[in-house]
Design a protein around this ligand. Structure first.
Ligand code: NDP
Length: 300
């Protein structure tokens, strides 16, 4: 059996086209232009690239962006003052503080300073708390986890009642995607570095999400035949045949696992493109909510 590919890149493109249409309608009907602020502290090249990509995608769909940059030795007070200024700016509906912050800064305090209504990354503790509670809905769900749910939905995978196993329990991927799967009535098992006999647990999964950051860790005999495998990992492995000297692989051994799985995401081109698509969507939700327009809420 060879798994069918879940084309994250194609799905993200479709979503981007839908959002472009929606932004045009908001502008026409209400004169509303969604706005996103990306906050960068320091000159981390990877962070600069991520911010550039996010702003480029925003421009493509018609979302206005500003990109304040603070020096790498900015103080806690300076960063929080900038966040407060953006909280008060009515043209800005989403604030994204690019992580990681330089180590002298208190990350949680900065994330706490972002207005709940503008927390488009969904990392504010109150939004995470609402995500964890039954019958509560966060104002925004984190982007990579909601991108995973969107991939499953648009592939026609049913979630309710399925055995879902999530490898990884990080605040940005493993834990929130587990909570989203639970909200959708999957039976969820969360694994981590102290879990015993991982393959025995992953073999139970109808839906397997791998978010560990370990190159090609998930092998064919870890996967139940026909399972849906979502590979979040982005890992560099040396490859002298490539011009840049490395290639990107996921947490799943794609060549092996595609022979067993029913559906599988590639790396790159699977989960990655969905993260930015969900950021765009969250920014539009924030703008609609601020303007009191219907649709300014996320579905639980
Ligand atoms: P973290 O390092 O924060 O978390 C990794 C998790 O995996 C931890 O819970 C850890 O367990 C667990 N883990 C690590 N090694 C093992 C192991 N050998 N066996 C079982 N569990 C293990 O990573 P992130 O969640 O931030 O990211 C995970 C991967 O996803 C990375 O490759 C990252 O690059 C990628 N990523 C991709 C995104 C995208 O848009 N596609 C977005 C964000 C991340 P413990 O808690 O016990 O330490």
């Amino acid at each position: 059996m060879t798994a069918q590919l879940i084309d994250g890149k194609g799905i993200a493109k479709t979503i981007q086209a839908e959002l472009t249409q929606e932004v045009a309608e908001l502008r026409e009907k209400y004169g509303l232009v969604p706005g996103l602020a990306t906050v960068l502290v320091g000159e981390n090249p990877a962070s600069q690239t991520y911010v550039r990509m996010k702003r480029k995608r925003c421009a493509e769909v018609g979302i206005h962006t500003i990109g304040p940059v603070l020096p790498k030795d900015a103080t806690q007070e300076e960063v929080e003052a900038l966040v407060r200024e953006l909280n008060a700016n009515p043209a800005i509906h989403g604030i994204l503080v690019q992580l990681p912050l330089p180590s002298h800064l208190h990350e949680e305090a900065v994330l706490n300073a972002i207005s709940l209504e503008k927390d488009v990354d969904g990392f504010h503790p109150v939004n995470i708390g609402r995500l964890a509670m039954k019958h509560r809905t966060p104002l925004f769900a984190p982007c990579t986890p909601s991108g995973i749910i969107e991939l499953l939905d648009r592939t026609g995978v049913s979630i309710e009642g399925q055995e879902a196993v999530v490898l990884g329990r990080s605040n940005i991927v493993g834990l929130p995607v587990s909570m989203l799967l639970l909200k959708r009535n999957a039976t969820v098992t969360i694994c981590h570095s102290r879990t015993r006999d991982l393959p025995a647990i992953t073999r139970r999964a109808d839906i397997l999400v791998a978010a560990v950051g370990r190159a090609e860790m998930v092998k064919a005999d870890w996967v139940k035949p026909g399972a849906v495998v979502i590979d979040v990992g982005i890992n560099r492995v040396d490859d002298p045949t490539r011009k840049r000297g490395y290639r990107l692989v996921g947490d799943v051994d794609f060549a092996e696992v595609q022979e067993v799985a029913g559906w599988i995401t590639p790396v790159p081109g699977g989960v990655g493109p969905m993260t930015i698509a969900m950021l765009l969507r969250n920014t539009i939700i924030g703008a609609k909510r601020a303007a009191g327009i219907e649709g300014g809420r996320i579905e639980s």
